[in-house]
Design a protein around this ligand. Structure first.
Ligand code: PLP
Ligand code: LYS
Length: 383
């Protein structure tokens, strides 16, 4: 948890701000790396989960690559020191400008999501006198059994090339002289906690890969995306997600061809648990059926509860009194600006410091300035 010394440092700072525990990040990276190495899997960290430079530096030093989803993420990854050959450029709507900039930096690997995108990359690579290496992101129509808004691998989702387009695509692919098809890519969703889902994904990937082999196309590498969920309710006890089971499922069920590389693009599971949103209680007020703890962080700092009805554990770091129930809400003019209803907290008062836990992934990166909010710099600690 948080040492008294850390809490004292929090008290001195203007709130709200994000706190990152770099020691926990390093411990997590160490575990991911050891299991990935055991099975000879490669990791590209999904930069979208958290693109703060100190975090990216730790991840780069660990030897992971970067999975980027915009031109700016590509540029940032390159600036932080990721080698161009370790950067993947993904995303369903890459613009010509972004593709040109990526080619200019020397990015070779593009995850492509439509036939039209492949045509455009071929054309732009030709103008740049380059050969772009592409992976086809295929929509496998596998249900991730996660929140509807973060499911990405069903037919109804916008992501990936639909399987009905594949026959036409493989007949046309040899006409594209400035691309080289090297891989297949899948990502079916995020915050997946039912491990059987990954088993189902493997079986689907095996079928799809065999279809390509039958059509004379050799797949050098498979990219299985990310998706491993974390335990939002027990940020201390289960601080490190279950990478062992996750990788083991792919090791057991994925049919890996000889010399084939296998990649993962993990985001949340690497950075979620090292981050906390630290906030101050501004007011406590009695409602008709509840007490409200009104804090100075809102959905502008952490959008996940408002967007996905998600709950991040909340701790009062400065009160140790008896427990009472509070609706913990922010200051934003929206009723969805609520971090939790009937949350049992030690008796809470104006000025108390609270931590909204496991907020390292898709927290700070998704913040907004709605209501003209101030943003405060992140605070990094390590043992
Ligand atoms: C294509 C792609 N790869 C990787 C990720 C990272 O996923 P996660 O944070 O669930 O590991 C995402 C986000 O869901 C994604 O859209
Ligand atoms: N932003 C989402 C996940 C989407 C990940 C990107 N595909 C979250 O907070 O859970």
């Amino acid at each position: 948890m948080f040492s008294q010394d850390l809490v004292e440092q929090f008290k001195l700072r203007e709130t709200p701000f994000y706190h990152y525990d770099l020691t926990r990040l390093r411990e997590t990276i160490k575990v991911v790396k050891s299991f990935a190495q055991e099975y000879d899997f490669d990791i590209h960290y999904a930069v979208k989960a958290n693109s703060n430079e100190p975090i990216l530096q730790e991840i780069n030093q660990a030897g992971f690559g970067a999975d980027c989803v915009s031109g700016n993420e590509v540029k940032l990854a390159a600036k932080v020191g990721f080698a161009p050959q370790s950067i993947l450029f993904a995303g369903v709507g890459k613009t010509d400008k972004e593709i040109n900039e990526a080619l200019a930096i020397g990015i070779k690997a593009f995850n492509c999501e439509s036939v039209q995108e492949i045509e455009v990359i071929n054309e732009l690579a030709e103008k740049a006198n380059q050969i772009a290496e592409i992976s086809l992101r295929i929509n496998p129509n596998v249900d991730a059994k996660t929140h509807k808004y973060i499911t990405t691998g069903l037919d109804e989702n916008k992501f990936g090339i639909n399987q009905i387009d594949l026959p036409e695509l493989v007949t046309r692919i040899k006409d594209f002289k400035h691309i080289s098809l090297t891989g297949l890519h899948f990502h079916i969703g995020s915050q997946i906690t039912d491990m059987k889902v990954f088993q189902g994904l493997c079986l689907r990937v095996n079928e799809i890969q065999n279809w390509f082999t039958d059509h004379g196309i050799h797949i050098e590498h498979l990219n299985l995306g990310g998706g491993l969920g974390i335990d939002y309710l027990q940020p201390d006890e289960k601080a490190i997600p279950d990478f062992e089971t996750y990788f083991n499922i792919f090791h057991q069920f994925l049919e890996r061809k000889p010399d084939q590389k296998v990649h993962f693009e993990l985001g949340r599971s690497i950075v979620a648990q090292c981050g906390n949103l630290i906030s101050r209680v501004v007011y406590v007020k009695t409602g008709i059926n509840t007490n409200f703890a009104i804090v100075d962080a809102g959905m502008t700092e952490l959008m996940r509860p408002a967007l996905y009805q998600s709950y991040h554990q909340i701790d009062n770091l400065t009160s140790h009194s008896d427990l009472r129930d509070y609706d913990v809400v922010g200051p934003i003019c929206e009723s969805t600006d609520c971090f939790g209803k009937s949350v049992a907290l030690p008796e809470t008062s104006r000025g108390d410091i609270i931590a909204i836990r496991s907020a390292g992934a898709y927290g700070e990166v998704m913040r907004s300035q709605y209501n003209l909010r101030d943003h405060h710099e992140a605070f990094y600690s390590q043992l």
